[in-house]
Design a binder for this molecule. Structure first.
Ligand code: G4P
Length: 315
């Protein structure tokens, strides 16, 4: 599998992101609660190095609540302030302003001590595509007064949404790229529907999803689709069983795996199968170790290729 994310736009994106980040006090990163690691941008730590940070675990309505709590503690232990949200319902949306001001408390007090009466706090929303940034901002705007106009010192065209008298949000979110080196991350993003389905064929993707679910949450599959299997069974066989159980049979009597795959993925994405979280903090070490291993292998291969090239040319 080779997923091409945003070739060509990266440099521009990074430049714009740095420019916008320089205008705010707090960076609010949205991640998807179903895949908190895979939906988190790896470079934002660097881009937002000197800023206060909030992580919003969005789409909590679709994720396993107990696992969301584990992730929340995990991020908190790393020094992040975490808000749990469901941007469609609006849960958690109104916590951003107060949380941001709490994070900026020291600066606000310092400025007030210097005689400033009004110390506004500014924030921006960032996140990979489809985590719910626009929904989150719209929900916020819905509850607030009108947008503020351009201000001196602010890049032309930037609009600020005044949420409270002393808190403003940049109206356009920063779009970040996912960890595109890792195939497992790509697969999980495709499973939740965050990247274009056309890139991967649905049957392969669904087989990978079943493979993961057979370990993470086998009973959800068993109960929803009325099928039996062991963890060691082939995931594609399970897909066939689901097709049979649902009565999706092609004319010649073969199970219609493609149709089944589409429905199984749609049901997962829509939360019909249950509240599911696809990864846990303990999986990360394995994934990161794999990434490091792959990076080392790549470097070794490059070095070997270079050495080979040198040898040939010296001859
Ligand atoms: P983005 O700006 O980060 O790219 O994401 P956007 O707000 O466009 O949201 C992407 C999809 O996720 C939308 O669904 C949106 O309704 C949904 N969404 C956002 N927040 C939540 C949440 O907390 N819970 C759930 N269940 N869904 C959420 P869509 O199917 O692409 O569009 P639509 O059907 O809403 O029109």
């Amino acid at each position: 599998m080779n997923i091409q994310w945003y070739p060509g736009h990266m440099t521009k994106t990074v430049r714009m992101m740095s420019e916008n980040i320089s205008l705010v006090d707090v960076v609010v990163e949205l991640i998807d609660a179903r895949i908190p690691y895979s939906s988190k941008n790896p470079d934002i730590d660097n881009l937002a190095k000197n800023k206060k940070r909030i992580i919003v675990m969005n789409k909590t309505d679709l994720a396993d609540p107990a696992k969301t709590e584990v992730w929340k503690k995990w991020f908190e232990a790393k020094g992040f302030t975490v808000i749990l949200a469901d941007a469609v319902k609006g849960t958690g949306v109104n916590k951003v302003a107060d949380t941001a001001r709490t994070l900026m408390k020291d600066k606000i007090e310092r400025e007030k001590a210097r005689g400033r009466l009004f110390v506004p706090v500014r924030a921006m929303i960032v996140g990979i595509p489809n985590v719910g940034k626009s929904t989150f901002i719209n929900k916020t705007v819905g509850k607030t007064t009108a947008k503020t106009g351009d201000k001196p010192g602010v890049t032309k065209g930037k609009q600020w949404i005044r949420i409270k008298k002393d808190f403003e949000l940049l109206d356009t979110p920063g779009i970040l790229w996912p960890k595109f080196e890792d195939e497992e991350v790509g697969l999980k993003l495709a499973m939740i529907g965050s990247i274009n389905d056309n890139i991967l064929d649905t049957e392969t993707l669904c087989t990978e999803y079943i493979n993961l679910m057979m370990v993470v949450n086998p009973n959800f599959i068993k109960n929803r689709y009325n099928v039996e299997f062991d963890t060691i069974d082939e995931p594609h066989d399970v897909l066939e069983k689901i097709a049979v159980s649902r009565g999706f049979i092609k004319k010649g009597g073969e199970p219609d795996c493609e149709r089944t795959a589409k429905i199984v993925l749609d049901e997962f994405r829509g939360g019909k199968i249950g509240k599911i979280t696809l990864e846990m903090p303990e999986d990360i070490h394995e994934m990161e170790a794999k990434m490091v291993r792959e990076e080392k292998e790549k470097k070794a291969k490059d070095a070997a290729r270079k050495a080979e090239y040198k040898k040939k040319n010296n001859r």
